[in-house]
Design a protein around this ligand. Structure first.
Ligand SMILES: [Zn+2]
Length: 109
């Protein structure tokens, strides 16, 4: 999950750095206000966590696809039927991301 908000000065989108998996986690880690640095205008300011939004991060999904391919190749010669089930790994990874993003964006503190 990746987090973003909008710069108070120039209204451009800014990345919010956090490892949180929910808004509750984010409050525990950062308090109700989170710092950001704007790449466009260079300003540093704070945003209320309710102004932070989440979107899907594709990196964990890409990693899960790589894992799925490796699992498929390892199992291919042994249990052909099982090896094709590894396609479910990226699907689960995507669903997990999607659920986390929806949960984060719905919940307000
Ligand atoms: Zn800015």
């Amino acid at each position: 999950m990746r987090f973003f908000s909008y710069c108070n000065s120039c209204r451009e989108e800014v990345k919010i750095k956090s490892m949180a998996t929910s808004r509750v986690d984010m409050v525990k880690d950062h308090g109700e206000m989170i710092n950001y640095n704007c790449d466009k205008c260079g300003s540093s300011d704070k945003k209320h966590l309710n102004d932070v939004k989440a979107r899907i991060s594709y990196l964990p999904i890409i990693i899960s696809i790589v894992i799925a391919i490796m699992v498929t190749m390892i199992l291919w010669n042994f249990v052909y039927a099982v090896s094709t089930l590894s396609i479910l790994i990226p699907i689960f990874a995507y669903q997990q991301q999607s659920n986390d993003v929806n949960g984060f964006n719905r919940y307000r503190i």
